[in-house]
Design a protein. Structure first.
Length: 328
């Protein structure tokens, strides 16, 4: 079990300055089987001057049979956030309001490899959110200020990447479907979700890789507010936007990134892309497309695991982000 610890100052749009710590571990369940990919676990904690705190554990555990793995993420957070509403059109015109959001998210997926590059998976999701001290309660359209949801999910995966944490070639396509049954939630309706994530990695020259990514997630138009898509909620997509600046039931984003090794463990990236949110597929509008581009630095502090620092730009906004592992 190979462990690395790190502590560093942090800065985000939402939380201002703070401090964060990370523990990264690499291990194999069968030390004699060097063909087995190393499992990884990342534990992180951060706190900021604005009263933010985030505790998170995530990782991938590869089992000795070389066919199955467990992917998990557990996150507890409390944040003082700006808020504009839960629909894209409202977020574009509403004055800024404030609220305090406490959230617990648990995600776990068991993935089994049927063939060399194709896998199927099943998982669970638990999502609890509480909104307090809202300066504009009408922004959540009459929904309750707290919501508990649990889910059953299914996943189909096509994966030819040469690395799960820092790929230099291959493709990764994930199709997912989830059911949020009313019996396992405190809502009166059953919600359904469909998702697509497709990434490709192509070597272009010495030390250079072109990475492309498409992300789409579709929820019912009237789904609960804590289930809705938020701009930049994924740390690797639409970097530079304030998390939750735009919210709606569905999201579509695309980006292309050039990753270049500079010297030794040091690298740099540049990316460009766009994305938007919308209430339903028949309401998609090109005029709501949001641009996104930026540059960043990378430092490989463990084999195939990078620290990343990015500066992203968008429509009337920019932001700095710092994290562990590649954006996608």
């Amino acid at each position: 079990f190979d462990v690395t610890f790190g502590i560093a100052p942090t800065y985000t749009h939402e939380g201002s300055f703070g401090i964060g710590g990370t523990m990264t571990g690499l291990y194999r369940m069968d030390r004699k089987n060097t063909s087995l990919p190393p499992s990884n676990i990342i534990l992180s904690a951060s706190a900021s001057l604005r009263g933010f705190y985030v505790l998170e554990a995530n990782g991938t555990n590869f089992f000795p049979d070389e066919r199955s793995r467990l992917i998990y993420n557990v996150r507890l957070s409390r944040k003082h956030l700006d808020f504009w509403g839960i629909r894209f059109e409202e977020c574009a015109v509403n004055p800024t309001s404030r609220y305090v959001r406490t959230q617990v998210r648990v995600e776990g997926d068991y993935i089994y490899k049927l063939w060399n590059i194709f896998s199927l998976g099943a998982g669970i999701r638990i999502n609890y959110a509480l909104a307090k001290d809202m300066t504009s309660p009408s922004y959540i359209d009459g929904q309750p200020d707290n919501c508990f949801l649990s889910v059953i999910s299914g996943t189909a995966i096509l994966d030819t990447r040469d690395s799960h944490t820092n790929p230099s070639k291959g493709v990764h396509v994930v199709l997912s479907g989830t059911i949020w049954p009313s019996l396992l939630s405190d809502t009166r309706t059953t919600n359904y979700t469909a998702g697509l994530t497709a990434s490709a990695f192509i070597p272009v020259w010495k030390g250079g890789v072109m990475a492309a990514d498409i992300y789409m997630k579709l929820h019912p138009e009237d789904c609960p507010w804590n289930l809705r898509e938020e701009i930049c909620v994924s740390p690797g997509r639409m970097r530079g936007y304030y998390i939750g600046r735009y919210i709606d039931s569905c999201q579509l984003t695309a980006q292309i990134e050039i990753r270049q090794n500079i010297y030794g463990r040091l690298g740099a990236v540049a990316w460009g892309g766009a994305g938007t949110l919308f209430p339903a597929l028949d309401s998609f509008s090109w005029k709501n497309l949001l641009p996104n581009y930026g540059v960043g630095l990378r430092f490989e502090y463990k084999n195939d695991i990078n620290l990343r620092a990015d500066v992203g730009f968008g429509r009337n906004t920019w932001g700095f982000s710092f994290g562990c592992s590649e954006a996608f």
